[in-house]
Ligand binder design. Structure first.
Ligand SMILES: NC(=O)c1ccc[n+]([C@@H]2O[C@H](COP(=O)([O-])OP(=O)(O)OC[C@H]3O[C@@H](n4cnc5c(N)ncnc54)[C@H](O)[C@@H]3O)[C@@H](O)[C@H]2O)c1
Length: 349
């Protein structure tokens, strides 16, 4: 038998196996990234009778090591591929008989979107379109689109983003996410597919790519390098522990009203300098510097990011009053767990 025939046979067996006992087959995109991998670990264990298919291109941000716990589970399979590749996406929908989609895959780092906006428009806009259009043809359940609070732009000292705040994205990242949100909305109104969108605030926790704020603070501190903080360090974000985000997605996916959007936030506002100081205090206690000084002395202000939004803050009343979600982790317990995870797992230098 030729090699490609063996592969075809194995592939068919894999597709059959996936559908055998599953109550439904859920396509998760971007499951090798930060939030997607935390979500899959949580969801695969909680719903052993759902079959999860993880479609991920494995860009620099995707890491299969994030999924070690899922690899041994019977209800998890991985497919490497690009959500912009229409032939591949239709094959996955058709062959695995995908019912639902939970769509995390995105280019997600604002700094990269300033340097290379094209990749953001391609993956976030065209990729979302490709998924929606195949879902329209093959999907039988729900399309859950994962988005960000950054689509709303920036706030002054007062106020919160609600689901009715007008969109005002300021970076190519947030503009491309806003575009994807609009496509999801249009597919609901035009084609009547079952959709929900969640717009979440800044996540933190285990498995985040080292380019993001908290891993950067921890990595540079432990390397005895300057800890870079943009501008005056007073940019405020509403921080949410990643597992609390995963639990919110679980609830909205199962119980959210068709066609609705829900904001998800931690009610937990901190500026970047407070985050850096808090992490330095935890590191001072857990891994003191040889020189005896605090890691805080390494904090260094660097040139601000262009178009840097000043403050984001989420009003998550709709989600808590309609669906009863609230974050379980406090900032203290969440950041402690996060630093501990990086101390165990971070590769320095
Ligand atoms: N990180 C946050 O604080 C945050 C907050 C709110 C919303 N979000 C949203 O949550 C989602 C996940 O964010 P994250 O922080 O886990 O991102 P991430 O960058 O850690 O992971 C993105 C994943 O998507 C994959 N991917 C990228 N392009 C792809 C493509 N064309 N085809 C298939 N896979 C592709 C990558 O390989 C990676 O595994 C994104 O949609 C993001 O906009 C993130």
């Amino acid at each position: 038998m030729k090699e490609n025939e063996v592969n075809k046979k194995e592939y068919k067996e894999m597709c059959d196996e996936v559908q055998k006992e599953a109550h439904k087959v859920v396509l998760v995109t971007g499951g090798a990234g930060f939030i997607g991998s935390n979500f899959l670990e949580y969801f695969c264990k909680k719903y052993p009778y759902y079959q999860m298919v993880n479609l991920d291109k494995l860009t620099y941000a995707g890491n299969l090591d994030n999924l070690k716990e899922c690899n041994s589970l019977r209800n998890y399979v991985f497919v490497k591929g690009d959500i912009c590749d229409n032939d591949l996406v239709s094959r996955v929908f058709h062959d695995y008989k995908i019912a639902d989609v939970i769509h995390f895959a995105a280019e997600s780092h604002v700094d990269n979107s300033i340097k290379n906006p094209r990749a953001f428009v391609e993956t976030n806009v065209l990729g979302t379109f490709t998924l929606l259009d195949n879902f329209r043809k093959f999907g039988t359940g729900r399309f859950h689109h994962i988005s960000t609070d950054e689509v709303y732009g920036t706030l002054g000292k007062e106020g919160y983003f609600t689901e009715t705040t007008p969109y005002a994205p300021n970076s190519p990242y947030s503009a491309s996410k806003a575009g994807s949100d609009m496509l999801v909305r249009s597919y609901f109104h035009t084609y009547g597919i079952d959709v929900v969108t969640t717009n979440c605030s800044n996540n933190y926790g285990p498995k985040q790519h080292q380019e993001k704020l908290m891993p950067t603070i921890i990595r540079t501190a432990l390397n005895e390098q300057p800890i870079p903080i943009y501008g005056d360090g007073k940019n405020i974000r509403d921080w949410l522990y990643v597992v609390d985000h995963c639990k919110a997605v679980d609830i909205v996916f199962h119980e959210g009203r068709n066609g609705e959007t829900y904001n998800i936030g931690g009610n937990n506002e901190h500026n970047n300098i407070e985050i850096a100081a808090k992490i330095c205090e935890i590191l001072d206690a857990k891994r003191p510097r040889v020189c005896g000084k605090s890691y805080k002395e390494l904090i260094t202000f660097v040139k601000d990011r262009p178009g840097h939004d000043r403050r984001y803050a989420i009003d998550a009343t709709k989600l808590s009053s309609e669906l009863g979600w609230k974050p379980e982790e406090t900032f203290e317990s969440g950041i402690e767990k996060t630093v501990e995870w990086y101390l165990q797992n971070l590769r320095l230098r």
